[in-house]
Design a protein around this ligand. Sequence first.
Ligand SMILES: N#[N+]C[C@@H]1[C@@H](O)[C@H](O)[C@@H](O)[C@@H]2O[C@H]12
Length: 453
Amino acid sequence: MTTETAGKYLFPEGFLWGAATAAYQIEGSSMADGAGASIWDRFSHTPGNMKDGDTGDVACDHYKRWREDIQLMKRLNLQAYRFSVSWSRVMPEGRGAINPKGIDFYDRLVDGLLEQGIEPLCTLYHWDLPAALDDRGGWLNPDIADWFADYGQVLFEKFKGRVKTWGTINEPWVIVDGGYLHGALAPGHRSAFEAMIAGHNVLRAHGAAVKRFRQVGEGKIGIVLNIEPKYPASDKPEDEAARRRAEAQMNRWFLDPLMGRGYPEELKDVYGEAYREFPQEDFDLIAQPTDWMGLNWYTRAVPENAPDAWPTRSRPVKQVQHAHTETGWEVNPPALTDTLVWLHEQTGGKLPLMVTENGSAWYDPPHAIDGRIHDPMRVEYLKNHLKALHDAIGKGVDVRGYMAWSLLDNLEWSLGYSKRFGITHVNFQTQERTIKDSGLLYAEVIKTHGGVL
Ligand SMILES: N#[N+]C[C@@H]1[C@@H](O)[C@H](O)[C@@H](O)[C@@H]2O[C@H]12
């Protein structure tokens, strides 16, 4: 904070400050106490899939250390905690029998959070599909919509009155683009034909869960989308056309059907013969009204026309004038403001938004030095993106909260433990947690409602 900015970035009363994680990335013990395997247990144990051969077998050992981690959340002044449930820990086969020890873990976690005055925000699905369901076709099997709604009902009923904000699915685009189109994520398929089908079933499952929530649940429900704004590399028509294809394939593929607009026209151009039509009743199910929408936001892209680039025939042009994180993502806070304004417009300005993930990976030392973890780049990233978020609110965007990604350094999927996103450092040899300078700043931001920015 400088004298001229003192108080300039105060956030609205009731703005919800938290941090986010996901089950497979932090829990460990993924097969303990009757849990079933997920597609990530299989994928991470398949040689060649994971950097350094890393797996989620231990991760942050959160399954055992959850009490310690709730104390960590208190030290960070968190008002909320966004976590996901491992479907196969609760329902080992994905359908039918419930694993009592599995659901008991989440029961204790939710009660522990509430006891500390931390609001639990629960994501039903953050990529870790039960392997038993994958054996039945997984997201390629249309029956998964009912399987997912049945799973959701178990949680809606179990946590009624305690969990009041639900997210159905985290990042449909990554589930499909990573898991079915490019194969970089579980279950590792590479087919545009499968991607269209899987994407449609992910959306149907969301709709089925929302419908079931209206019957048995209590509170608010929404979905969490990753949006990466696309800016044209030049004013050449071919670059604008490339931008539109890239925007349709990532940002509108799922958003448009959720808003009742069906798939964007450009998707036919992107997927060609793999594109397919679906019945209107599916789109009616998908466009079930929801109560809020989550935005996971990290960076922007500047695509140019690239006829050889599959499937969008576009390629991002590196913006060397800006800093880039360890994951190679450009740092561009104003693009977050633009995205929030765009999403506000795309959702008709009636759907409350929440930034459900935002953060950055930088090189951090493997252990604390004199009890501290200095992460100046992450401090700057956090400060500047919170200011950009504040700017969006100033432009009339209804943003209700911000969940820092992530509470802990954790398993960055197929990148393993090589990329650290946490505001808390984890020494993966000792499991020691050390709040980084960015976490100390975030605690102050929360305490001052942004006044410290
Ligand atoms: N990569 N990256 C960091 C972060 C990932 O760790 C989360 O699980 C996803 O929801 C989303 O991709 C964002």
